[in-house]
Write a protein that binds this ligand. Structure first.
Ligand code: FAD
Length: 475
């Protein structure tokens, strides 16, 4: 474990400016966007390239210091917190776009590159990076790869895994591993698939080859209002059942509408209990035909208002509730826990009723803003963590919601990962044998307990103690 001289050693490996240990900085890095677990690292380091990451990881191995990869810290399951202390390895200094190969529609990036910046750089060539988590203006490609992130448009275009062709990764012992390259279907692809979505538990991704997609020729966007969330959910099922796969199908409930109305002055038809945002894209004629059919279905399902975007400006306006919704919910309560589960689309109405009931039973305000097209729910639990008992109430309600997802034939996470948040849920979802098998898969990469310990797989040793100590000390 780190000793008195450790900071000096790290500064020799990197430089003074690349190693931070101040109390204020440690507080800034004691959690990610999941607010219920906190744990203080010993140091945060900012390497600039693969070689520097490798040197830090080797030092961690020699000194038996746990290490945790971290991008922008927008993760919603506690994946980037230092559960056993140790060193947080930030990719903040690794933001370069190394190659933009327009002809082959691929890019090579350092893992700290911000998602949206890649699309901005590619846009002058009529290209973009399709996975678009709602955090895309800040979250990094390394974080997106680690979480196998989705987003509004991944319903049609596929999640991050389908857009990663190659990786450079520093393994648990500092070894640099190169996999794949600028082409799809490389012989290494099955190994890349194991790493994407592994939540930083098998190594630190330092660079990636990613696919770029051509901008669609036309985009058609509609915002439909409904007098009940049930009607909005049933409309989602009706659209998919006629064979249309929209580029996006997103629902926001009344609480979200109220929050964005208060924050940005957005107006929706009187009596709106839910908004359904639908986007169709492709060749102009095809996109237009699809959106006309979508409008017909919305009307048949009793929509009480349809807003159609006439141009890019209006489209951005219709997207505002979706893009700014979670931020606006900060007006309702100081603490937000955004859950993430998946259920069959047909069960959405039943599940939303359940979320609301569990929320009231535990004294929580609930709001819902989610990727309805793929049944990926995001119930947001809103409360004040300073009020006695509320953290426990939110944890209990969250666990009940996730268990209900399993009961309805779904899964404990669609895109935010397991992190530390859903360790207990893993035990409900998987049998002991399943969990052992998953641990064996991890051991293909390493058997060390130093690489992002206490994440994803339950029953790892000494994990709860550090977090409890830090939580206790901090309050
Ligand atoms: C407002 C808001 C909206 C969001 N919307 C979405 C959404 O639509 N879809 C979605 O999928 N998620 C969403 N998220 C969750 C989050 O933004 C994503 O999981 C994102 O991919 C995390 O990226 P990050 O750079 O912030 O990673 P971090 O939070 O820093 O890290 C996340 C995990 O990745 C690991 N990691 C980070 N970098 C690396 C690396 N280089 N190598 C190996 N492991 C690494 C960390 O150890 C951690 O386990 C949202 C979050 C917020 C706050």
């Amino acid at each position: 474990m780190p000793s008195v001289g450790s900071v000096d050693e790290l500064k020799q490996i990197l430089s003074d400016e690349q190693v931070v240990t101040s109390g204020a900085a440690m507080r800034a890095y004691d959690c990610d966007a999941y607010p219920l677990d906190k744990s203080k690292p010993f140091a945060v380091v900012f390497p600039r390239n693969t070689e520097e990451v490798s040197r830090v990881v080797r030092w961690c191995g020699e000194t038996e210091t746990p290490f945790v990869p971290r991008g922008a810290g927008t993760g919603l399951s506690g994946g980037a917190l230092a559960a056993k202390g140790g060193v947080v390895i930030s990719t903040k200094g690794m933001t370069q776009l190394l190659e933009l190969d327009v002809e082959n529609r691929v890019a090579r990036v350092q893992s700290g590159h911000v998602n949206l910046k890649l699309t901005q750089a590619a846009s002058e060539h009529g290209l973009y990076f399709a996975p678009d988590p709602s955090s895309q203006s800040v979250s990094t490609l390394g974080g997106n790869i680690a979480e196998n992130s989705g987003g509004p448009h991944t319903l049609k275009y596929g999640v991050t895994a389908q857009h990663v062709f190659g990786l450079t990764m520093v393994g648990f012992d500092g070894e640099v591993i190169e996999l794949g390259g600028p082409i799809a279907d490389h012989p290494d692809s099955p190994f890349i698939d194991l790493i994407v979505g592994s939540e930083g538990t098998v190594g630190i991704v330092t660079e990636a080859w990613v696919k770029l997609s051509p901008d669609p020729a036309a985009v058609e966007t509609v915002l439909a209002s409904f007098s009940s969330t049930r009607a909005a959910c049933e409309t989602v099922a009706a659209i998919i059942s006629v064979g249309i796969v929209p580029a996006a199908l997103e629902i926001m409930d009344r609480k979200v509408c109220e929050a964005v109305k208060a924050a940005f002055g957005l107006e929706y038809p009187e009596g709106s209990e839910a908004l359904l945002l639908i986007e169709c894209d492709g060749e102009p004629e095809a996109a237009l035909t699809e959106i006309q059919e979508v409008r017909r279905i919305c009307e048949a399902q009793g929509s009480i208002g349809l807003q159609v975007a006439a141009d890019e400006e209006e489209r951005a306006q219709l997207w505002k509730a979706r893009k700014k919704g979670i931020g606006a919910l900060g007006r309702i309560a100081p603490t937000l826990v955004t859950h993430d589960g998946v259920i069959p689309r047909s069960k959405l109405p039943e599940m939303l009723d359940f979320v609301s009931k569990v929320g009231s039973e535990h004294g929580l305000i609930t709001a819902n803003i989610f990727h309805a097209g793929d049944g990926n729910l995001h119930p947001v639990l809103c409360f004040d963590e300073r009020e006695p008992g509320m953290i426990h109430a939110a944890e209990t309600a969250g666990q009940k919601i996730i268990e209900k997802c399993i009961e309805l034939g779904g899964s404990i996470t669609g895109e935010h990962g397991v992190g530390v948040e859903k360790l207990d849920a893993m035990k409900v979802m998987f049998s002991e044998d399943d969990l052992r098998l998953q641990m064996e898969v991890r051991s293909i990469f390493h058997q060390s307990e130093l690489c992002n310990p206490c994440k994803v797989l339950p029953n790892q040793k000494g994990c709860v103690e550090h977090m409890r100590r830090w939580r206790g000390a901090a309050t």
